[in-house]
Write a protein that binds this ligand. Structure first.
Ligand code: F6R
Length: 267
């Protein structure tokens, strides 16, 4: 696992955007796995800037979002579909048919089949080249809450209380939605699904993430901290800002390795 520590959120976002831009330039028909939430907002802003200033081309890009709240209408303001449209899709030249997000309105009896189809679509597109992830303070990736199996696939899940509370504070409260009415279910790609991506980029920012970041990078691999499974994936980059990295025991080592790598690249 490669750990990169950037001075602040802005630098972290720029660094992640550079990686995506390189991926798109090297493979213009890349398949990207996308995340929502507050962490990738800066990354998407940066990508939109690259689209405007450098004409970064998304015309052949295919995307699959990790998750969607279950029970929210696609056009509801809190849906991840709306988030993606507002923060990214409406600003870039992606073919809307190539942008996939789980449908949070699928009838209950059709969900299993629908999730299988979502996975099949990823396979038909030859798999995800680069998957973007954030991390919840309970260690979730996608909406794979503690206890999720390494082999889990796309499915309907019940969100943890901490996740509902955090997301309500960040995304529902401002629109006057009562906590009882915030979504407590989601459709999420499984950890097994995420693991099939060629490369994974996890971003974490801020002091509130410091404890879980130290746990998932330096603690044991356990389903109680789903992100810790990433220790087993061969191609993971974790991009942190100073605050999120502040509780890593090997903080100095990671800083030192970044410097050494730079020296090597300059040679
Ligand atoms: C969102 C997702 C979640 C978030 C996580 C962190 O698509 O998959 O795992 O990445 O809840 O959210 P923020 O970035 O809001 O702290």
């Amino acid at each position: 696992m490669e750990v990169i520590i950037k001075p602040n959120y802005e630098e972290l976002s720029k660094y992640a955007a550079e990686i995506i831009s390189r991926q798109i330039q090297e493979k213009p028909n890349s398949v990207l796995g996308l995340a929502t939430g507050s962490t990738p907002e800066g990354l998407y802003k940066e990508i939109v800037r690259m689209r405007k200033e450098k004409a970064l081309d998304f015309s052949k890009i295919v995307t699959f979002n990790l998750d969607e709240y279950y029970g929210l209408a696609i056009d509801s303001k809190q849906s991840y579909a709306c988030f993606m449209h507002e923060n990214l899709f409406k600003h870039i030249n992606i073919n809307q048919e190539n942008a996939h997000i789980p449908d949070g309105k699928i009838p209950l009896q059709e969900i299993e089949n629908y999730c299988r189809q979502y996975e099949n679509k990823i396979k038909e597109n030859r798999g995800i080249d680069l998957q973007i992830l954030g991390i919840g303070i309970d260690g979730h990736i996608g909406f794979n809450e503690p206890g999720s199996s390494l082999y889990s696939r796309t499915r309907l899940v019940v969100l943890d209380k901490t996740t509902i509370d955090t997301n309500w504070e960040k995304f529902f409260k401002k629109d006057g939605i009562a906590k009882e009415n915030a979504s407590s279910f989601a459709i999420t790609m499984g950890i097994g699904t995420i693991f099939e991506a060629g490369r994974i980029l996890l971003m974490a920012s801020g002091k509130s993430k410091a404890d879980i970041v130290a746990k998932f990078i330096e603690g044991p691999v356990t389903s109680q901290v789903p992100a810790s499974f990433l220790q087993l994936h061969p191609n993971v980059s974790v991009i942190l800002d100073e605050d999120a990295a502040s509780k890593l025991q090997r903080y100095e080592h990671y800083k030192y390795s970044m410097g050494e790598r730079k020296k090597l690249e300059r040679k």
